[in-house]
Design a protein around this ligand. Sequence first.
Ligand code: UD1
Ligand code: CA
Length: 443
Amino acid sequence: MNEPIVVLAAGKGTRMHSSLPKVLHKVCGKPMISYVVDVAKTSEDTDVIVVVPKDNDQIKDAIGNSVAYCVQSVPSGTADAVLSARTLLSGHNNVVVMSGDVPLVSENLLSSLIEKHNETEASITFVTADVKNPDGLGRVVRNSDGMISKIVEQDDASHDELDITEINAGIYMFNTSWLWDSLSNVAESKSGEVYLTSLIHLANQDNKVMSTVKANDEHEVLGVNSQIQLSAAEDYMRQKINHEFMLNGVAMVDPKTVYIDSDVVISEGAIINPNTHLLGKSKIAARSEIGPNTVIKNGEVGKDCKIESSYVSDSDIENGVSIGPFSNIRANTSLASNVRVGNFVEIKNSKVAENTRILHHSYIGDAEVGKNVNIGAGSITCNFDGSRKSHTEIGDSAFIGSNTMMVAPLKIGTGAITGAGSVITTDVPNGATVMGVPARLKK
Ligand code: UD1
Ligand code: CA
């Protein structure tokens, strides 16, 4: 069994000016704390305990039951937050503490912390970093031999201390027997909170062994306290995601304007054009070209598709489909292979079979459209009568003339033809031709 990891997430997050708990703010579509929990859970053997605020289930709802929770009743500082996990940690000799608002931390950094702590048999080991702008962060104060003497928070720092650029990352490992004794001795700071970082000074007084690990890249330890820092984390993560895809054969002419969420999957040979957003759990298969100016949210796109200046959400697009420009494929739609959707087409909650064309100015909602169908310009399913939604079925190889109104519930048979401008209010038999308002059978 590995040593347990406590993730702190009960702070007030005042500086975000947001009603959402700070750690639930998203970086590339994923809550900050989920990044931290994923790193903590790298090994399945590790028990992770998240410290959450009282009377707020939002964090639990977001992370689920892969971790344990403990409640900090009053957010009175990081030392108190750790103390609130004490009963859940009994029987463990060491504990790792991570901050839920430091989302870019890597598995490597965590394992070097654990390794260093065990190797040096320290009472405290913590991660530091040299940063360009230490504003707002705890500074690591060392004596002339380079030994750590304390961490001083910004508000308590002297002029000289403010110039220190080595900062505390908020990621620690403690020996528990020393930790529990000392935590209760932490004095309140000026702000009225009890700081976990005061332990460094106490360890020094007690002549305890302390170790540090330095992060190679200051971005990895970027703490998010404000909306500006959130956007910096997003910026960094976005670049990292895009680079990873490009290294794996995904083409992007202008990655600066490509926004890909952390759970998206893209296969080799895909092309992502400028100003394109691939969000949620979207998947793009090989050689598909997406964008410019396209948003795909939870869309699964097959091979060799082309989607331009369009929206796709919660839908399934099979191989060889083309969409756009300027179309909107809404939730629960599936387009089978080689379907062509042109411009100004909206499709919702519908199934469209292979090779069907819906090329201009159409609305298809709550429908099942067969294969090889041609839906003429301006044709729509009238699926809503003001109170109820109804279903439309269009058979294989039907030809729907321009500007046909299909008043649902309705079934149009295989190979049927509707005349331009017709309003169809009753079912059309297989092979029949109908026209007029309301449409009648052509004999
Ligand atoms: C903290 C460190 C600072 C370090 C910085 C790194 C302290 C006192 N300071 O400052 O040295 O440079 O992180 O990013 O620890 N939290 C609770 N309960 C509380 C207060 C906070 O669970 O009562 C949680 C927060 O939700 C957050 C984490 O602890 O995830 C850190 O708290 P925060 O207030 O953001 O500390 P910083 O001011 O950033
Ligand atoms: Ca913070």
